[in-house]
Write a protein that binds this ligand. Structure first.
Ligand code: SF4
Length: 375
């Protein structure tokens, strides 16, 4: 018999574990809590002309303003203050973040590639994206994990990885050789906010993805200045974000949907062309977990022949470091893009077996990791 139905989108909240672990998410869905970026917009930056300051000084103000943001968020959370009653600041924490992002763009280090190119002059780094962002599609996604659907998914062109198995390679990699307008369309912060508004009519969240969303942090923060609906902001990424990029995102994102694919750095580099994958991805996942509401679904794609070397140590790490995160242990590996037919990738040119999936899931059960709720 076919198992053709995923969990009903409302039924999932009858599961007390999911409702307890995703309290902030559910609170925003029900209009009882406030999406974080809206508090960021109401947090004032005092007496400073952010247009004039160098990046180092902007970061000093960022650190100071974060403390005010955290105080305000606590007060609002405890019902001691109401967002609606707060004045619109002349310069907000979001304005400061956007200014920092635009400065980073001139010496780009949004991700740990740290290309240090000035993208505003058309110079391209590894991701081959100049300063303009392009959205290839934006729609209500019903294929995401049950608590997330329908998800207002916004796919950006370009990526900070070059995965040899990428299923979205036409938007993440191939476009660099062709006219970008054939594959996507450019968005300004304002037009991106309109896309968000359309999705937010039915979506449970705004799901920032790609390729990878990281090269577009400046456009995303800019779009939020035009947007004010109480909708969850969700970061769906390979997590190769720089520490500075993470600093910009922490207070703005409500929910995290990170990939954690590889444990062995040598293999990760062969697959993605990323160095120090394990240290960077786990650093960022831990930072996101510790600086938010611990509301997170980690996606782990099981790969053929890699259970012992990647899956099991990844599950060990999740159990020890992010114990309230759900882990989606995914079995949909397909030998695509450069994998299929290349003798060098022969060991990966097949599907994952039921035995491998069983081994991964049984190990997760032993560790107390919850995965059934989000498959
Ligand atoms: S986003 Fe990353 S890959 Fe792209 S230019 Fe910036 S540092 Fe390089």
């Amino acid at each position: 018999m076919f198992r053709f139905l995923r969990v009903n989108t409302e039924q999932i909240w009858e599961n007390p574990l999911v409702a307890r672990r995703f309290q902030h998410y559910l609170g925003v869905l029900r209009g009882e809590k406030v999406a974080r970026y809206r508090i960021v917009k109401k947090t004032p930056v005092e007496n400073v002309d952010i247009e004039e300051l160098p990046l180092s000084e902007l970061w000093v103000h960022h650190r100071e303003t974060r403390k005010k943001f955290e105080e305000l968020e606590t007060k609002i959370g405890e019902g001691k203050d109401a967002l609606e009653g707060l004045p619109k600041p002349e310069v907000s924490f979001l304005d400061l973040k956007t200014q920092i992002a635009n400065k980073i763009l001139t010496n780009c280090h949004f991700c740990e590639r740290r290309c240090h190119v000035n993208r505003t002059t058309g110079k391209l780094g590894f991701c081959r994206l100049a300063d303009k962002s392009a959205v290839t599609s934006a729609f209500l996604h019903y294929g995401e994990e049950p608590p997330l659907i329908p998800s207002g998914t916004i796919f950006f062109l370009s990526c900070t990885f070059r995965c040899v198995f990428c299923q979205n390679w036409s938007i993440s990699q191939k476009w660099g050789d062709i006219d970008v307008l054939n594959e996507g369309y450019f968005v300004s912060p304002k037009s991106l906010s309109r896309i968000m508004e359309n999705l937010a009519k039915e979506a449970k969240n705004i799901n920032w993805v790609g390729g990878d969303p990281t090269p577009n942090i400046h456009t995303i923060l800019g779009a939020l200045t035009y947007f004010d609906l109480n909708v969850i902001q969700l970061w769906n990424s390979n997590m190769f974000v720089s520490s500075e990029g993470m600093d910009l995102l922490f207070d703005v994102m409500d929910f995290w949907l990170p990939d954690l694919k590889f444990h062995e750095n040598k293999f990760a580099h062969e697959m993605t062309k990323a160095k120090n994958y394990w240290e960077i991805a786990t650093r960022n996942i831990k930072l996101a977990y510790d600086n938010g509401f611990q509301e997170m679904i980690i996606r782990h794609l099981v790969m053929p022949g890699r259970v012992k070397s990647d899956t099991l140590p990844i599950l060990d790490w999740c159990a020890a470091n992010v114990e309230h995160a759900f882990v989606n242990i995914m079995g949909q590996w397909r030998p695509e893009h450069k994998i299929h037919g290349d003798p060098h990738f022969q060991s990966l040119d097949k599907r994952v077996t039921a035995k491998e999936m069983d081994q991964a899931r049984r190990y997760a059960d032993q560790l107390g990791i919850h995965w059934r709720e989000v498959r």
